[in-house]
Write a protein that binds this ligand. Sequence first.
Ligand code: ADP
Ligand code: MG
Ligand code: ZN
Length: 621
Amino acid sequence: MNNRKRLVIAALVALGLLGGIATSYPLYSALTSGTETEEGMTLRDSSYSQVVELVRAGEVETLTFYGMRSASAAGTDNVLHRTLVPELVAADLARQAADAGVTVEFKSEEFLPYGESVTARALLAVVGNLLIFGFLGAFFYFYVLRGPMAGRSKVRQVSASDSNVRFADVAGCDAEKEELMEVVQFLRDPQRFSRLGGTVPTGVLMSGPPGTGKTLLAKAVAGEAGVPFFSASGSDFVEMYVGVGAGRVRSMFAKAKKKAPCILFIDEIDAVGRSRSTGTSGGAHEEREQTLNQLLVEMDGFGANSGVIVIAATNRPEILDAALTRPGRFSRNIVLQNPDIGGREKILAVHCAKVRLAADADLHVVARGTPGFSGADLANLVNEAAIMAARSNRDSVTMADFDHAKDRLIMGNERRSFVLSEEDRRLTAYHEAGHALVAHYSPASDPIHKVTIVPRGQSLGMVVRIPERDQPSLRRSRLLADLAVAMGGRAAEELIFGPEEITTGASGDIQMASRIARKMVAEWGMSERVGTVAYTLNYAERDSAFSEDTTRQIDAEVKALVAEGRDRALHILTTRMDQLHELAQALLERESLSGAEIKEMARNWPASVEDPSEVVAEQAA
Ligand code: ADP
Ligand code: MG
Ligand code: ZN
């Protein structure tokens, strides 16, 4: 439940209470005697038998019946006795009173005189009752028809809205925007697009961690194309009852189709689209499967000209069902990541457009100090900083405001419990530059796709290499290169900061190198000394399975291979120290470098490093 709903309910409760009080007040005052009537008589509530007694005793001058259900008896003592009269005996009482010489009057109004302002109180009572009914009605509506108790009758409205977000509001992600431009062009004029021979886009899958602008970008596509934006969440379709989710999917697509061309944004697609092999069995499982099937059917049904573009978002693309990620379902696959330093500066600039900055506020410096922040975090940061400035009655946001805001955000956010110090950044930059440089100078290695020191999850940085083509088998040269690349990070740390300063950051690298080396020796028969025999048994079984001698030999050989990799890495780095500095410096400034950017830098680097194995052989001799 969102805040607005909560507020509405709170207001309704308050109104209901007020209504209750308002209604009970006239009742209360009716029950208290001693009130004055308009004629200046004392009003008293008396029982029926008391009134009968008074009539009998001759102490009543006038007896007035109201609709034969209640009566007031005006006595000689200037007291107006008010009572309810059982209808059955009203006529008896009237006769008895008339016999006793009392003036008997009959009035058609239902109300007893309440003393002064009778009508005002009556009105109050009516209003009070209306409020109570209103409150009960609202409660029923929110909780029973639409809310948590709704069950299968729950109907969630998927409604279109116009998006006023434009590509200009999404900072960075230029490549992604360009990819989406095709979708925009299609949506602007589907007929024209097909006439011109464009391949009609089917859908877009956006993946990336929370706050990286998936929703924002989807809205921007709708905004740029000027088409309606339907938005739903995968979790809306997850229901306990079989068939409900599927029905909802169907009706959502039907609605969108009526407004085509349009965008249908499905957030958290993983809630319905998670792989069918995982998860629980039973009813919930069956329901989800039906919902997913319906989704697939609808998406396939969106042939060439329907004009509805599905944009689905997830931060867990790896758990999606293969049917959903199959080529053709989504014609575009957009991966968003936490921004690097340049991206962060641009995002800050977008959000600072509405804020007045003090002269000392330097967004480049702010960007530099916020590694690991997502776009949403940065938007938050600007917001917090503006609040800080407003709180101290300043009309511009200073650097100190940004610092305070950052502290607040980091402390309130366990996801980023560590902040990188400048020293840590330098270490990471050299570590990653080390991997990258060794990869660059190892012809057998896969080419570098990207190097980054933007922290992500547990890792402080990484080098991504992507093979140029599928490799059905791995060559020994390639494995040796991988060993060297893995050792390149730690090697660079050692060279630059000294052996005392090396960090635990290389533990993943060391694990990987050991795994490769062990497989080379014990599985792939790539070690002459151990021979072409497979020793693929786990540690527990190993002792009994083969001789202590073999075990020792395998261990020694694994160690030698890893050491050889380390020597190769050290050799490349020591002979290319200038390049190491250049690469690390570039990383410190830009945080991410693409393979192309590294190639560009490498244009004035020496083409290769002489074969290190000769050097190693020389040293051994
Ligand atoms: P996601 O859907 O990926 O979780 P959102 O699109 O909801 O992230 O982003 C949340 C907010 O973060 C946006 O409303 C915007 O203010 C800010 N934001 C995220 N990425 C960017 C960006 N690239 N440029 C500008 N603002 C961004
Ligand atoms: Mg979102
Ligand atoms: Zn590493």
